[in-house]
Design a binder for this molecule. Structure first.
Ligand SMILES: Nc1nc2c(ncn2[C@@H]2O[C@H](COP(=O)(O)OP(=O)(O)OP(=O)(O)O)[C@@H](O)[C@H]2O)c(=O)[nH]1
Ligand SMILES: [Mg+2]
Length: 266
């Protein structure tokens, strides 16, 4: 992480602009830890990916929030949306006699490499559903753009709550943050507190009962057949299935944060 950050700092001198990628399901907690330093020296354009996995109404609140701050934010479903408008926007900033040089930065697994591929028009950078796919800084060039793909960088000093949320979104590894059972129980408690759990459980035809998270996880494990010999639920396996299904959007669209959320706002 420190090495990636240093490389990026050296690169900054050569760049015209930075594309910061965040996950639309948690636009605050998925911001890059480097972005406040970067924005002092280079213009930043933010992209919220995974529009299809986020709650539409909450996304509208976020867009209004960013607009009120005068921030330039693009909202995209990278599997479906055309990148032509963003490309044209970038090319309007291209110096006359050379390509526009930019870097795609952000925390792991938010869609940096996928965005880069869509912008250069080819599947050049490796994309994957687990965090940590891109390990080096790499340059890609096409049609007026010279783009750097960079490894995802997490903030080691972020609040534990932020890291926990990032594990639910697939941006941080639950294995290194106390394991899948703990991550799943935290997720269930968080969703219940914020009245977001009902529609998600309904996807598995489970009722939203007023019960401790452990019992909800047990019902999920039973429903999904995460059992050990003797018929008991394996809570780690059930936790993994819950977290993975949540992260990949299989449980339906949800946004975990609102602008000015008292839990995370600084
Ligand atoms: N549903 C959905 N999935 C997306 C979207 N954008 C990216 N993804 C998925 O997110 C995952 C991560 O994409 P990558 O481009 O590898 O992410 P990255 O930020 O480069 O990740 P690292 O290199 O690990 O830091 C892949 O499984 C993509 O298919 C989107 O808009 N919608
Ligand atoms: Mg990548």
């Amino acid at each position: 992480m420190a090495r990636g950050g240093r490389k990026l700092a050296e690169l900054l001198k050569k760049l015209d602009l930075i594309l910061e990628v965040r996950d639309a399901r948690a636009p605050f907690s998925t911001s890059s830890p480097l972005i406040s330093a970067i924005s002092k020296v280079r213009p930043v354009v933010s992209v919220l990916t995974k529009k299809d996995l986020a709650d539409e109404e909450r996304t509208a609140l976020w867009l209004r929030h960013f607009k009120s701050l005068g921030q330039n934010v693009w909202l995209l479903d990278l599997h479906k949306d055309s990148l032509a408008p963003l490309r044209s926007f970038l090319l309007r900033r291209k110096p006359q006699h050379r390509e526009l040089r930019l870097a795609v930065v952000g925390i792991p697994n938010v869609g940096k490499s996928m965005l880069l591929n869509a912008l250069v028009g080819k599947a050049q950078a490796q994309v994957g559903a687990i965090p940590g796919v891109t390990r080096e800084v790499n340059w890609f060039r096409n049609r007026g753009l010279l783009i750097v793909d960079s490894p995802g960088i997490l903030d080691p000093h972020a609040e534990p709550g932020v890291h926990r949320m990032l594990s639910w979104l697939g941006c941080a590894k639950a294995e290194v943050l106390g394991g899948y059972e703990a991550a799943a129980l935290d997720l269930l408690r968080f969703l219940r507190e914020r009245v977001l759990i009902g529609p998600l459980l309904a996807r598995w035809e489970l009722e939203d009962l007023d019960e401790p998270a452990e019992l909800t996880l047990e019902r999920i494990g039973r429903r999904l057949g995460c059992l050990v010999a003797g018929g008991a639920v394996n809570p780690d396996l059930a936790g993994r299935r819950l977290v993975d299904s949540f992260a990949s959007g299989k449980l339906g669209p949800v946004t975990l944060e609102l602008p000015g959320d008292p839990l995370w706002s600084d």
